[in-house]
Write a protein that binds this ligand. Structure first.
Ligand SMILES: Cc1cc2nc3c(=O)[nH]c(=O)nc-3n(C[C@H](O)[C@H](O)[C@H](O)COP(=O)(O)OP(=O)(O)OC[C@H]3O[C@@H](n4cnc5c(N)ncnc54)[C@H](O)[C@@H]3O)c2cc1C
Length: 264
């Protein structure tokens, strides 16, 4: 067990020669754009001088953009894993009326350079290594948990992980195919999806509606044994906190990151 903890622990993610340092080089160049769902795209980046990216899975970068003559900063969690250090990706959901998310969707293409700072943040399973995890996400809150899952998968870390993701409809489940591949490739990695509506997928047999405590307990009967990481909209996380408190969960083992700005 101690060997496993060392491999996943903080030292693994801090030191790498020639790594990207935004204090010296704040430019990222988009290399590829991938449509994930109808309103979510992933943007892949490299540095102009082919530096390596090193960060803790779950951390975020801050983009600084000039839009209509205004300088605007927004945070986006890396969806990529630091185990694939040649590229960094963020995965962005279009927010109706949102300045930056729409600008990224409409303007950021291969070859476009932007400014970015980081990595930042303490929301990472590498800072709370445990034998059993519960990842809970809502909507675009999937990104830090996807980075953590990709890291565990690439490292061959066969941890006991249950990843419960909530989405509007089955079509809105971000990374659905890749999560299925990871569940297939890791003995103790399990996913469950909870969709508000079934949308066009009439054969959807998984839970519908919002996540509730009885549903969560039925998916994860050993809830109390797990280190929990939760990311999503504020209302979703407030609901999760209330559920866990009602279940008598030890909240010292609950970690969260809000998937939106504090002013939202
Ligand atoms: C640590 C962190 C990590 C994050 N990671 C991700 C991620 O991985 N993926 C992701 O998609 N997002 C992520 N976010 C959210 C992201 O930073 C942005 O908040 C999000 O993309 C919306 O930004 P925007 O500029 O498009 O919207 P904004 O322009 O900030 O608008 C947000 C909402 O407010 C409304 N609004 C704006 N101005 C007004 C006004 N004057 N009056 C009334 N309403 C108004 C808009 O219509 C919109 O609905 C993260 C946030 C944090 C803090």
């Amino acid at each position: 067990m101690s060997e496993m903890q060392d491999r996943l622990g903080p030292a693994q993610w801090d030191a790498v020669p020639g790594k990207w340092n935004s204090d010296e080089d704040d430019v990222l160049v988009c290399t590829h754009v991938r449509a994930e769902t109808e309103d979510v795209k992933s943007f892949l980046f490299r540095t102009p001088t082919a530096k390596m990216f090193r960060f803790r899975p779950g951390q975020f970068i801050t983009l600084e953009l000039e839009i209509d003559g205004e300088t605007i900063n927004r945070c986006y969690t890396m969806s990529s894993s630091p185990t694939r250090p040649d590229t960094l990706s963020i995965t962005v959901k279009r927010v109706p009326g949102g300045k930056v998310s729409n600008w990224l969707h409409d303007n950021l293409k291969a070859g476009v350079a932007i400014k970015a700072f980081g990595p930042s943040g303490e929301f990472s399973c590498t800072l709370h290594t445990a034998p059993k995890y519960l990842f809970l996400s809502g909507g675009s809150g999937v990104t830090p948990l996807m980075s953590m899952s990709r890291a565990l998968y690439d490292l061959g870390e066969d941890r006991d992980v249950v990843f419960v993701h909530s989405a509007r409809t089955p079509r809105d489940i971000i990374f659905r195919n890749e999560l299925a591949t990871m569940a297939h490739g890791m003995n103790r990695f399990r996913t469950a999806f909870v969709c508000e509506n079934i949308g066009e997928q009439r054969d959807w047999s998984a839970p519908r509606g919002f996540l509730t405590l009885p549903l969560l307990k039925s998916i994860v009967p050993d809830l109390s044994e797990r280190e929990i990481f939760c990311c999503g909209p504020e209302a979703y996380m407030a609901n999760v906190r209330a559920m866990l408190t009602a279940a008598g969960f030890d909240m010292a083992r609950y970690h969260e990151e809000k998937a939106s700005r504090s002013s939202d």
